[in-house]
Design a protein around this ligand. Structure first.
Ligand code: EPU
Length: 418
């Protein structure tokens, strides 16, 4: 199992280019199942979750050509409209194929995801939304089976709570349903909007993506298209935090600055300087100790849960006490114990972590527990005194494209050991 060995204490300087968004690329790949014509996607990040999604599409019968970040999907025949347990257990986002498969073939069989390091994460909301479009759903032997032999029918879908992949799943089903679908309490994440942009290029009729009410006029068929995935706002946010906490001067380029507003406000309150460089880059600078600043995670445009762990790592060294409140997932504080091994002072009370800033962290051996938790340990390693070894970095490889190379290029002392 690969590890990262990090020598902390070196400030960073230079420019880091952001990859395409994993959480946009995953639903975009699933959307390719909606047409028998070729769809070409650019800026697909070569991370592990994408390789899993590619395997999943191939399992259904689609053929894929992968050329660096350019991926062409040909889903002429889908002989096996299913997502088997072996793939779903390594990546919960596999449930994104449920909507497109039932819409295209009239049936889908998707393994139910089990528990996960950050919370229970059921797919009940995906299931009840598809039922609103007339799918019949049965659950047996650990699988969800959806059928709609006469096709799906547009309807009103009102989500009980906001779900990102749930919104994406039902959106992909609704584009081929007969008549109009209205999705209420929809997720407003930029990744949902990016998916709607792709679907509209394929001939779908979607309005309102990016707001909490999405209207879809169903069409009989979709056609091929070309689309470029948006920049990964979580990768960009992780490097902005890296720049602030190492008191560096970094430019994060090829990103969409407005997708990072909630984080930028917090970085400024904490004392970092963040400025716009043109329309697609942000510069972060910090020269003195940061101030403790509270965050509460929320759905977009609120503070992203996917940046909570990294932000907390930064707050472990800030002056004062900060409150980090997690409202999206019930168990997303696994990093606190590992940060504690590096000298951080964090107390968790239910959904809140109380972080008392310390003067320094010290390098230690730590274990990554999930994707974003691992990123927080890498950031802590960059500022800790001495050597930090982060074990099980396969978690980080699920969502970051060669993070150690990007950090090393701006001066970090970090190496991968196989
Ligand atoms: N939920 C349910 N039932 C459902 C669906 C969700 O109870 O059927 C609950 C979840 O358990 C959670 C909340 O609703 O407590 C919100 O979850 P959501 O469905 O929005 O999460 P997701 O769609 O499974 C996506 C991202 C996550 C990100 C969350 C929240 C993808 C592929 N994944 O997950 O990304 O944390 O939205 O923004 O888009 C990551 O990249 O590290 C990651 C975990």
């Amino acid at each position: 199992m690969d590890k990262f060995r990090i020598h902390g204490g070196t400030p960073l300087e230079g420019r880091i280019a952001i990859s395409g968004a994993k959480n946009s690329a995953l639903p975009a790949l699933a959307a390719c199942l909606l047409t028998e014509e070729p769809v070409t996607l650019d800026r697909i990040p070569p991370v592990r979750d994408i390789r899993t999604m590619i395997q999943l599409l191939e399992h259904t019968g689609a053929r894929l050509d992968v050329d660096g970040e350019l991926v062409t999907v040909r889903a002429e025949r889908l002989e096996r409209p299913e997502a088997p347990y072996d793939l779903v257990k390594t990546m919960r986002a596999s449930s994104l194929v449920l909507g497109p498969l039932v819409a295209r073939t009239g049936k889908a069989r998707v393994s139910m995801p089990g528990g996960c390091a950050i919370g229970a994460r059921p797919i009940n909301l995906h299931v009840s939304a598809l039922e609103q479009l007339g799918a019949e759903i049965r659950q047996s032997h650990g699988y969800v089976e959806a059928t709609a032999p006469q096709g799906l029918k547009g309807g009103l879908v009102q989500f009980d709570r906001i779900t990102v992949t749930g919104t994406e799943d039902v959106l992909m089903a609704a584009v081929l349903a007969q008549g109009e679908t209205v999705i209420g309490n929809a997720a407003r994440e930029p990744e949902v909007q990016d998916l709607a942009d792709l679907l509209n290029k394929m001939g779908a009729r979607i309005e309102g993506a990016g707001t909490s009410t999405i209207r879809v006029q169903g069409v009989d068929r979709l056609h091929g298209a070309e689309h470029t995935i948006i920049a990964d706002r979580i990768e960009a946010g992780t490097f902005l935090i890296a720049g602030a906490m190492t008191r560096s001067d970094l430019v994060i380029e090829n990103c969409v600055p407005e997708h990072l507003d909630a984080l930028v406000v917090k970085l400024r309150q904490a004392g970092a300087e963040v400025s716009l460089e043109g329309s697609s880059a942000l510069r972060v600078r910090a020269s003195s100790r940061l101030r403790a600043t509270d965050i509460t995670t929320e759905e977009y445009p609120g503070f992203a849960t996917d940046l909570q762990a990294q932000y907390m790592a930064m707050m472990t060294l800030a002056e004062g006490i900060s409150f980090v409140t997690e409202t999206i997932f019930e168990n997303r504080f696994m990093h606190t114990q590992e940060l504690g091994r590096m000298g951080a002072n964090i107390r968790v009370e239910g959904r809140q972590a109380i972080v008392a800033g310390v003067a320094e962290l010290t390098g230690a051996q730590v274990i990554a527990s999930d994707l974003r938790a691992s990123a927080s340990l890498v950031l802590a390693g960059l500022v800790a005194r001495g050597e930090t070894v982060v074990d099980r970095v396969y978690h980080i490889d699920r969502g970051y494209e060669r993070i150690e190379e990007k950090l090393a290029r701006v001066g970090a002392r970090i190496e991968r050991e196989s």
